[in-house]
Design a protein around this ligand. Structure first.
Ligand code: NAD
Length: 300
């Protein structure tokens, strides 16, 4: 069993660290928010007071932060760049969803310090993090993937090697752009049904058994009262924030430009989530986009 440093204990990182404890590892944890560290201590993690403390004696470092800027600051450009503190040979797994350019640059700098770095963003939401059923999408060299895979399997069900450094982030950007399109489409279809007098529970069952079936409808219904244990059932609190979805759609738009790919559906979804964000809903789960449709009944 390994000594693992886990940095970033938010909606995703907290339950992921708890699953590593259950797998028998010594898991040292740190977050900028002390209450997140206390919560993790309650699940058997060992609380630490700084990023430099948390990595002491660690063979593996895992980060689960919000953005590329935070990842760059933690490892490279902040007041105490962590790469300077890690013993050569340390495995560094960044699970945050960030842009591929930052992931590749971080991997190059890690190599210069004798560290093994992989980008390993995840899919599966908070429920997947809690249940240990996440999908990991890894970018890195073959040998680095082989080192990271057994650790990731203790937090997830599927572990894919997408390609070299940055490939994990590129695949994740494609996935999340499609998720945004699916969630927006699911919201507008269910809202049209409700406005036409249909029961959203019955309509959801019908579409799940029909050709409009999708992940948002199956596991993350955006209409309050249809499903239990989803953000819509608790006022859209927790989950995957609108702010984070907007960040991911910006990453996807950059990728579409860099790869010369038309993304009209992704661009439409980005516009919708941006409107919802600037209306003051950035801190709600992304399925709260349903409210935007719900509040706009027209055509009479
Ligand atoms: P979150 O905001 O809940 O958690 C991020 C945590 O990182 C916060 O607690 C913050 O205090 C901490 N943090 C930031 N900088 C830090 C630093 N320098 N040192 C220590 N702690 C630091 O976010 P989340 O929902 O857990 O998402 C994390 C990442 O996973 C994001 O990139 C997101 O896009 C991605 N993601 C989220 C979901 C989801 O359903 N929430 C699903 C898949 C992927």
């Amino acid at each position: 069993m390994a000594t693992i440093a886990f940095i970033g204990l938010g909606n995703m990182g907290g339950p992921m660290a708890a699953n590593l404890v259950k797998a028998g590892h010594r898991v040292q944890v740190f977050d900028l928010q002390p209450e997140a560290v206390s919560r993790a201590a309650g699940t058997g993690c060992i609380p630490e007071t700084s990023a430099t403390e948390v990595v002491k004696q660690a063979q593996v470092v895992i980060s689960m932060l919000q953005s590329g800027r935070q990842v760059d600051s933690l490892y490279l450009s902040g007041p105490e760049p962590l790469f300077q503190r890690l013993a050569p040979g340390t495995l560094v797994i960044d699970c945050s969803t960030i842009d591929a350019t930052t992931a590749k640059a971080t991997a190059e700098r890690a190599a210069a310090h004798g560290l093994d770095f992989v980008d390993a963003p995840v899919s599966g939401g908070v429920a997947g993090a809690q249940a240990g059923t996440l999908t990991f999408i890894v970018g890195g060299a073959e040998a680095q993937f082989a080192r990271a895979e057994p650790v990731l399997r203790q937090m997830g069900k599927n572990v894919f090697h997408a390609g070299p450094h940055g490939a994990g982030q590129m695949a994740k950007a494609c996935n999340n752009m499609l998720l945004a399109v699916l969630m927006a489409g699911t919201c507008e279809a269910l809202n049209m049904g409700i406005n036409s007098g249909l029961d959203p529970k019955v309509l959801s069952e019908i579409i799940k058994q029909s050709s409009g079936n999708n992940w948002a409808l199956q596991l993350y219904n955006p209409v309050p009262g249809v499903m239990e244990n989803v953000p819509a059932a608790r006022g859209y609190q927790g989950g995957f924030l609108v702010n984070l979805m907007c960040k991911d759609l910006n990453i996807a738009m950059d990728l579409s430009r860099d790869s010369g790919s038309p993304v009209p559906m992704g661009a439409a979804a980005k516009a919708l989530f941006n409107l919802h964000q600037v209306a003051g809903h950035g801190g709600l789960d992304f399925s709260s986009l349903f409210r935007m449709f719900e509040q706009r009944k027209g055509g009479e």
